[in-house]
Design a protein around this ligand. Structure first.
Ligand code: UD1
Ligand code: MG
Length: 443
């Protein structure tokens, strides 16, 4: 299905009260704009134009070369679409879908359905939804036969029109040629003194066209104007991601307490206990269990691992198969090969840890001297005793053993045993003498 898309992203987003442009606010770890372009790409859009305001460098760099059209001044949604006129003129009768950057949860199936209506002959097809709280939305006004005759903005509507429960989602699809004919006719004779994209419905009727509409699930069409709506969209996105994870063979003991990112990939037979948070860039291999209260981001995890409870896996963590990461263990920019274990109270940063290495409780890689980061390398099968400080750069050879409580500043050879700790001294009966002395002093 060949179609083009225009994303309107030039609005000021005033109600978010933010220094970050609205299209870059995130839902499930992904910018709003990423959700819209993702859905368009999976529906097969072959070109996407994004309308932005001047000086939106952050959005332009996010777009990374995909066409951005500058709208100046921001004179309404119709004006924003009009700024794309040059591009539209080259597209003939091709369907063009217009979407808003602040309506991120529309699915590729809904997009395809709307585009198909135009491919099937409709000149304009508007996507609407039914709501009991239509305030703020444009109302879909139909004649007695049910044909769409106009979209009337809330501020321009009569009381009778305001009682209509079918509203405009803001998304519509039309033939490029229809947009080219109607957009230049828009006027700003309305309550907000702007060019309303929605007026092309009435202009279409006047030109003898039959605009149509389709209704979709309101959950897909949550519009984000403030942070309350941002949180509402997050809830919808999370519900969708959890549902998809479970249907693909992942057990979520308490789905509502697991937070996923839009790009989280979890293979089958993974078990996720309550209160686990996945930041962006996580892939979990089959058969792994993530225990409660773990926080994971930019991590590649192999199969059959056990992570947590209370584990923190930070960016650059790469775990092989059968790795165990226990409670209060933090791992950053570290590779752990198959069967390696760090079960308790440990920090592993900038490290390469061979297979079957055992990291004892309280081990710390001292990877930062206040200026630079340095590496710790631990060979296959080495055993690091509890409460060891590994002062990087340092290499522990394969099969080496480090005695508990050591501070290791020099590399250790393969199969060597290294201990660095103060000698233990013994004073016969000194404990008893101590108690006597203290007892006499006690008042
Ligand atoms: C719009 C619709 C309304 C619909 C509602 C759904 C119009 C006139 N009204 O109203 O019928 O029910 O969305 O949420 O279309 N934008 C620009 N340039 C501008 C103005 C806006 O790019 O000059 C962009 C914004 O960034 C945003 C989108 O267009 O992504 C919608 O703008 P907004 O001001 O939120 O429109 P609404 O008043 O919500
Ligand atoms: Mg809006």
């Amino acid at each position: 299905m060949s179609f083009s898309a225009i994303i309107l992203a030039a609005g000021k987003g005033t109600r978010l009260k933010s220094d970050l442009p609205k299209p870059l606010h995130k839902v499930a770890g992904m910018p709003l704009l990423g959700w819209v372009t993702g859905a368009l790409n999976s529906a097969g859009a072959d070109s996407i134009f994004t309308v932005i305001s001047p000086g939106s460098q952050q959005i332009e760099s996010w777009l990374a070369g995909s066409p951005a059209i500058i709208q100046e001044p921001q004179n309404g949604t119709g004006h924003a679409a009009l700024c794309c006129l040059d591009r539209l003129q080259a597209l003939g009768d091709k369907p063009v879908i217009i979407l808003f950057a602040d309506t991120p949860l529309v699915t590729s199936a809904t997009i395809s359905g709307l585009v198909e209506r135009v491919q099937g002959g409709a000149d304009i097809c508007v996507l609407g939804f039914h709501t009991d709280q239509p305030d703020g939305y444009g109302r879909l006004v139909c004649d007695r036969t049910g044909k769409l005759t106009a979209i009337i903005e809330h501020k321009d509507a009569t009381d009778e029109q305001r009682s209509i429960g079918e509203v405009n989602s803001g998304i519509m699809c039309a033939k490029a040629s229809v947009l080219c004919a109607l957009l230049p006719k828009l006027t700003s004779a309305n309550a907000q003194g702007e060019l309303y994209l929605t007026d092309i419905v009435e202009l279409g009727v006047e030109a003898g066209m039959i605009p149509t509409y389709a209704l979709a699930d309101p959950a897909e069409l949550v519009g984000i104007n403030d942070r309350v709506q941002l949180a509402a969209a997050e809830a919808v996105a999370q519900a969708r991601l959890r549902h998809a994870a479970m249907l693909s063979g992942v057990t979520l003991t308490d789905p509502s307490s697991v937070f996923l990112s839009a790009d989280t990939r979890i293979e089958r037979d993974v078990i996720i206990e309550p209160h686990v948070v996945f930041g962006p860039g996580v892939h979990i291999g089959a058969g792994t269990t993530i225990k409660a209260f773990s926080h994971i981001e930019e991590t590649e995890c192999g199969t059959d691992c056990v992570i947590g409870p209370y584990a923190r896996l930070r960016p650059g963590t790469k775990l092989g198969n059968g790795v165990k990461i226990g409670n209060f263990v933090e791992v950053k920019n570290t590779i752990m090969d198959d069967g390696a274990k760090a079960n308790h109270l440990t920090y592993l940063g900038d490290s390469e840890i061979g297979s079957n290495v055992n990291i004892g409780a309280g081990t710390i890689t001292c990877n930062y001297d206040g200026f630079n980061k340095a590496k710790t390398i631990i060979g296959v099968g080495a055993f690091i005793g509890s409460n060891t400080a590994l002062v990087a750069p340092v290499t522990i050879g394969a099969g080496a053993i480090i005695g508990a409580g050591s501070t290791i500043t020099q590399s250790v050879a393969e199969n060597a045993l290294a201990i660095s700790r103060a000698e233990q001294s013994h004073k016969q009966d000194a404990a008893e003498r101590f108690r006597e002395r203290q007892g006499q002093k006690k008042k």
